[in-house]
Design a protein around this ligand. Sequence first.
Ligand code: ADP
Ligand code: TRP
Length: 332
Amino acid sequence: MEKEKNKKKILLSGIKPSGVLHIGNYFGAVQQWVKMQEDYESYVFIANYHAITSVQDAERLRYQTLEVALDYLAVGLNPDKVNFFVQSDVLEVAELTWIFNCITTMPYLMRAHAYKDAVAKNEEVNVGLFDYPILMAADILIQDTNVVPVGADQKQHVEYARDTAEKFNHIFKKEIFTLPQPIILSETGVIKGVDGRKMSKSYNNIIPLFGSDEIIKKAVMSISTDSKVVDEPKDPKKCNVFALHKLFAGENLPKIIEKYKKGGMGYKESKEILIENMISFIKPMRDKREDLAKNPDYVLEVLRKGGTVARERAIKKMKIIQECVGIIKTLN
Ligand code: ADP
Ligand code: TRP
């Protein structure tokens, strides 16, 4: 009983290796994992199966998978606390996806935002993209996950996982799956990009977390603002530059608010302050990343260790699921 009470809850989250980590990813999702790693039994992974829905170039996928691994470790995921792994090392998720597919209807998946957006843009939708929420449900449910810290855009996906868990439990008349909770921060659930829309790789409006100083300067200088001149007072709440100051200014934020309200600071100056704060915030992580990049064997070893733990749990869970569904395995 005592042991039960002290048992840590399970945290799981992932990111697709489909491009470089940006400030939206960091403040919306990744930073939460770093903060929560002390208090949860954590599973964080690189969703390379999900990435194949869009990245169909072996060299690029391999490269980006390892780059994302460096990003995660550099921002402070501690491999002694977190089981950090590559999705494809837990092949049981593919098996579970198939089982879930068989209890999922097409109209239900047609309501997914990502699918609807792709259809609205007249894009060709592959079956993998259509089925994306179900693979994600398998990732989450196979580990008996309690909490899934993500950005606001992933809320619907976690709801798909909950629905799928409930449906499975209902059809097979057993409480096999735990219902996961999304954790979305109200302040940083949606970070805006340089054009004022949600920052996203697919909108080309990102500020990369590990970009060079030059890239960061260029991105910040391109943030869209209104046309108020230097002397005019400005409303921080309406300013895309200010939205980012909130993340990087720390204790200097009240001073910046004052400058906005008083007038006398142009957007150029505001952007310069932001660049300076951003670069000093990123520097220690950037230095750590450079060190890690010199030691790819260490990174692979971390992934192997995390993958072993995640896989063992998944194998155990899969046995229970197979039994429940009536799948016979005659080989080990
Ligand atoms: P992208 O939209 O750039 O392709 P991903 O889909 O790979 O980003 O997102 C990875 C994680 O980062 C998810 O948890 C997602 O919710 C979060 N995230 C992405 N963009 C933002 C943003 N602009 N603000 C807050 N969180 C975000
Ligand atoms: N769909 C998530 C994203 O685009 C990545 C992801 C895959 C994920 N499986 C997951 C996130 C399970 C949380 C839990 O960012």
